[in-house]
Design a protein around this ligand. Structure first.
Ligand SMILES: NC(=O)c1ccc[n+]([C@@H]2O[C@H](COP(=O)([O-])OP(=O)(O)OC[C@H]3O[C@@H](n4cnc5c(N)ncnc54)[C@H](OP(=O)(O)O)[C@@H]3O)[C@@H](O)[C@H]2O)c1
Length: 323
């Protein structure tokens, strides 16, 4: 595994993060085997959220059993909208969610606490103020935003700087080789993929804020489960949400190149996708959610796979040659 120090957390964080919104976690099952294996593979960061039903409880049970809370960097999230549409970005909601998350995780603090969505009608200064209060009380070590625009993060961090406070120390948008052509849930998700988001990428590249890339395998579309020849088969193969956000011709072309290069390098499509993200000029931490030990091993091995700039461009359809 490879690690990068996140200054605000004062510790190295594994470049590959285990996502926990799969039914294994949300349904309250036993994920001990998967978590044990993650630890054995050197993955020390978990991505969870108050919104992921039983996920925090499943993690909490494992931590209580293994007794090694301090081995993990726990990223959780608060203030998800109600019924997907009613915004909840407020101190009251953050505190409500935090109390429940701490109880379920069985911990006294969360390492990285992200606002799960933004509400642009709330002034950033208010958000910075209340997140700093939560940090001062010792319940969270650092905070940031998931699905926040670069402009809002920039405004928040300017406010923090002008007021002697701590600003956003990480973000978590969708980011992967596969382009997300629209918000899969239609409730305020943001992607950094595609030409439309170039300026946002530039901001995050310039600031080197850690970017926790959710759905790094595009919810399975870039995992090898879907073949590039199954163009237009996403609905048939996976059903509706959240896969339909990735159903476009250019993604099938990327997938075809992934399959070709994966075969040549004797690696999996999932590994190639993750290696593409890891090689990005953004400071990326791909969040992937395999649910079997075998697929977790496959994912973890991607940390050692390096792609040349030409291969990265080729996979992203920027060039015709890959050498
Ligand atoms: N902040 C946010 O708003 C937000 C939004 C969405 C997701 N997330 C986070 O991001 C995490 C990952 O997103 P996601 O759930 O969409 O998952 P993902 O990792 O993009 O895709 C998961 C799919 O890929 C398959 N897969 C994983 N590794 C594989 C491998 N090595 N070979 C073949 N197939 C493989 C999984 O199969 P199996 O299940 O069969 O193993 C599953 O079908 C979530 O769990 C959550 O923590 C955050």
């Amino acid at each position: 595994m490879k690690y990068q120090e996140i200054a605000a957390l004062k510790r190295p964080v594994s470049r590959i993060v285990l996502g926990t919104s799969s039914p294994l976690f949300t349904g309250g099952g036993n994920a001990d085997g998967l978590l044990q294996e993650a630890q054995a593979l050197g993955i020390n960061c978990l991505d969870t959220a108050r919104e992921y039903r039983e996920s925090e409880r499943v993690i909490g049970r494992y931590l209580a059993g293994s007794g090694r809370r301090e081995d993990w960097v726990i990223l959780s999230k608060c203030c998800h909208p109600v019924m997907a549409y009613i915004p909840r970005v407020s101190e009251r909601c953050a505190r409500e969610d935090l109390a429940r998350s701490l109880e379920y995780l069985g911990t006294e603090h969360i390492d990285l606490y992200l606002l799960h969505r933004d509400d642009p009608l709330v002034e950033v200064g208010r958000v910075v103020d209340f997140m700093n209060r939560l940090m001062d009380e010792g319940h969270i070590r650092a905070y940031g935003g998931s699905n926040w625009s670069a402009a809002r993060v920039k405004a928040a961090n300017e406010y923090a700087q002008n007021h002697g406070l701590r600003g956003f120390e990480a973000v978590s948008p969708h980011y992967s080789l596969g382009r997300q052509r629209h918000d899969p849930w239609g409730n305020g998700c943001r992607t950094l993929t595609g030409a439309k988001h170039r300026e946002e990428r530039e901001y995050f590249e310039q600031t080197q804020l850690p970017v926790f890339c959710w759905s790094s395998l595009c919810a399975g579309v870039f995992s090898g489960k879907l073949k590039s020849t199954e163009n237009g088969q996403i609905f048939k193969k996976f059903g509706l949400n959240p896969w339909w956000g990735y159903d476009c011709r250019d993604n099938y072309a990327r997938l075809a190149r992934c399959e070709e290069l994966a075969a040549e390098k004797n690696v999996s499509v999932a590994q190639l996708t993750l290696a593409w993200i890891l090689g990005d000029p953004l400071r990326t931490f791909p969040v992937a959610a395999p649910t079997s030990v075998q697929r977790l091993r496959d994912v973890a091995a991607a940390a050692d796979l390096e792609l040349s700039p030409a291969e990265r461009s080729y996979l992203n359809l920027e060039t015709e040659a890959r050498a």
